[in-house]
Design a binder for this molecule. Structure first.
Ligand SMILES: Nc1ncnc2c1ncn2[C@@H]1O[C@H](COP(=O)(O)OP(=O)(O)O)[C@@H](O)[C@H]1O
Ligand SMILES: [Mg+2]
Length: 283
């Protein structure tokens, strides 16, 4: 937990264990980072990440110009990776060392909020790449000696390389679809893993898409959901609202999972759900 909470320690861990991840440098303040830019010690553009307390894109910033505002805290700096796709693999391990991986999911990001908006499973990648991602995920959970669930986020680069971005040692947004789409949900799998029970099958029963239900821009306060009934009348839609009382722009308030015979149909139906449901503040 201590290593994973600190993105700097996390990156050092991957380096020490020869697990593939983007290059990085550590800095302690904006002044120090600014100096490195002036000295030409780091190249623009780059990605600055606060070492701790970041989530959902908060604490991550793409720096393109020397004058861009920097976070003034201990940080990781990485080159801006040319990303073809972002992928995630959820992996579970019990005390006996049994390991099971879920099929890779493909993340589609919200254009401005830097937050996953749509997630598709199985990821539309070559079987060899899916296999490779699963192997890396197994190596990561073994290296950390974790008992339980681990979500491994990857970048698939435009040159076809898989890089570990970061990990989360818990049930994860990228595994929400497993409740409806897999033989064993990520939540049940976590309990099986920590109780040293046999891990359940991670087979996919159906292609699935998950969409986050995010608070609408400019809306703050007591939440209400519009067009829920219309969304639920679309085939294969399952709704999960998190019971948060108050909404804010881009806050994760719930998600919908959409099952369909093909991934294309699931994506189309999920986009309809997303266009319909509005997460707004009560008038
Ligand atoms: N080195 C990088 N190159 C390009 N994009 C990046 C890089 N690092 C992060 N990103 C983008 O920012 C997002 C959030 O970064 P991440 O480290 O996963 O932080 P968070 O804890 O907010 O999830 C990533 O999913 C990716 O879209
Ligand atoms: Mg992330």
């Amino acid at each position: 937990m201590q290593i994973i909470q600190d993105k700097g320690l996390q990156k050092q861990f991957y380096q020490q264990h020869q697990l593939p991840s983007a290059d990085f440098q550590l800095f302690s303040s904006a002044v120090q980072l600014h100096q490195a830019i002036q000295d030409g010690a780091i190249q623009l553009p780059f990605v600055q990440k606060t070492r701790t307390a970041g989530y959902d894109g908060k604490g991550v910033s793409i720096i393109r110009h020397a004058k861009d505002e920097l976070f003034d805290s201990p940080c990781v700096v990485e080159p801006l990776v040319q990303i073809e796709k972002e992928l995630a693999v959820i992996v579970a391990r019990n005390e006996r060392g049994a390991i099971a991986t879920y099929p890779a999911v493909e993340m589609v990001f919200h254009p401005t909020a830097n937050l996953v908006e749509l997630l598709a499973c199985p990821a539309r990648i070559k079987p060899e790449l899916a296999q490779q991602a699963a192997e890396i995920a197994k190596n990561v959970i073994t290296a950390f000696d974790i008992c339980g669930l681990l979500a491994v986020e990857f970048f698939l680069t435009t040159s076809g390389e898989l890089l570990i971005n970061e990990v989360a040692p818990r049930p994860h947004n990228s595994g929400h679809h497993t409740i409806e789409s897999c033989f064993t949900s990520q939540f049940e799998q976590h309990l099986r893993a920590i109780l040293n029970l046999p891990l359940g099958s991670t087979d996919l029963k159906s292609p699935a898409v998950m969409v986050n239900l995010l608070g609408a821009p400019h809306h703050y306060g007591n939440v209400t959901y519009l067009k829920i009934a219309d969304a639920l009348s679309i085939k294969g839609v399952h709704l999960h609202l998190y019971g948060k009382t108050s909404t804010a722009p881009f806050r994760k308030m719930g998600h919908a999972t959409v099952l369909a015979a093909t991934l294309e149909e699931a994506i189309a139906n999920a986009q309809q759900v997303q266009a319909l449901i509005e997460v707004v503040a009560e008038k």
